[in-house]
Design a protein around this ligand. Structure first.
Ligand SMILES: Nc1ncnc2c1ncn2[C@@H]1O[C@H](COP(=O)(O)OP(=O)(O)OP(=O)(O)O)[C@@H](O)[C@H]1O
Ligand SMILES: [Mg+2]
Length: 303
């Protein structure tokens, strides 16, 4: 039995960080320090799975062009991957970190995926099954239907492989009845009708809804009960990618399990995601803090 976690990223990115003194809007700002890294939510998930001691593989669309900075970036991070070249280019996100005035994010939406993208992703996923668990994260680029995440989920469930879907908007509504564990944040949960809709989503085919509420923690709605967990401490730091770290932790609990211990899984989600807030870069966690917090997280049954 494989316990490998497959992460799926339909809208990959190159995350660029510019460090500047002061960002002058409408003027020229010199950039003293530039860093770039292969990004996209599934890449963060795969990196955290590895930090947790698991094996991961990044399944993603990438550019048809060369050189492929995204592929090179994954190689640089040492992450295993299976890539489907079907994008004219990989988008960039730019974080301008100013010594004064905080961080400004510029996020490209992404380039439209080509005609071969959907079949290519389904084939790539088929080649990775069976797997311990699959995590589908992030947005769907133009050119792909909002139903593509749901189609990928159904391919997994037909193979008996558990899936976590962390998607939003139309793709989230499409995926709701596909058999995936849903992992919305507070805003995404509203699109599904809020926490009150949890039991209906579970009755409709989701094995669980694990909703995250930022510094307030997370709630797991399942057929066997509903639990709330709060972080052991509220952490100040970088919350971007906290949800991705939580998804990586949850994937480990779903992998190879016929019965999930939901209170334990939820405590791990909350401890691991708080440990991600401590790190300035998405896709990394503070392992020692996670181990400390996993024992201190309070989990209460609320239904
Ligand atoms: N300041 C914080 N202190 C402690 N834990 C936090 C804090 N912010 C977030 N978390 C933890 O991270 C989890 C996920 O956060 P959030 O709900 O913001 O996810 P998200 O919006 O999906 O994040 P992303 O998509 O950027 O990964 C929360 O359930 C919580 O356990
Ligand atoms: Mg999220």
């Amino acid at each position: 039995m494989t316990s490998r976690i497959v992460t799926i990223t339909l809208n990959p990115a190159i995350d660029v960080t510019y460090r500047v003194g002061e960002l002058r809007l409408g003027g020229t700002t010199r950039v003293a320090d530039v860093r770039s890294r292969a990004g996209g939510k599934g890449v963060n998930v795969a990196a955290v799975v590895r930090e947790l001691g698991g094996e991961s593989v990044v399944l993603a669309l990438t550019t048809t062009g060369t050189p492929d900075e995204f592929r090179d970036g994954l190689d640089g991070l040492g992450l295993a991957h299976r890539l489907v070249p079907a994008l004219p280019a990989v988008r960039r996100t730019v974080a301008v970190v100013a010594r004064t005035g905080g961080t400004t994010m510029l996020q490209e939406n992404g380039f439209p995926a080509g005609e071969t993208a959907e079949a290519g992703m389904l084939d790539a996923l088929r080649a990775e099954l069976p797997a311990g668990a699959v995590v589908i994260s992030g947005s769907v680029p133009e050119g792909l239907g909002a139903d593509v995440p749901a189609k990928l989920v159904r391919l997994c469930t037909r193979h008996g492989v558990p899936v976590i879907a962390d998607v939003s908007g139309a793709a989230l509504r499409e995926v709701a009845e596909s058999g995936a564990v849903l992992m919305p944040n507070e805003e995404e949960l509203k699109e599904l009708g809020g926490l009150d809709a949890g039991p209906d989503l579970v009755a409709g085919g989701a094995p669980a809804v694990v909703a995250t509420f930022g510094a307030e923690g997370a709630v797991a709605v399942t057929a066997r009960g509903t639990w709330r967990a709060r972080p052991a401490e509220v952490v100040t730091g970088n919350p971007a990618g906290a949800g991705d770290a939580g998804a990586a932790a949850l994937a480990g609990h779903l992998s190879g399990m016929s019965e999930v211990d939901w209170p334990a899984a939820l405590a791990d989600v909350v401890a691991t995601s708080a440990a991600a807030v401590l790190r300035p870069v998405a896709g990394e966690i503070d392992i020692a803090a996670r181990e400390r917090w996993i024992r201190d997280v309070k989990v209460e049954r609320i239904r």
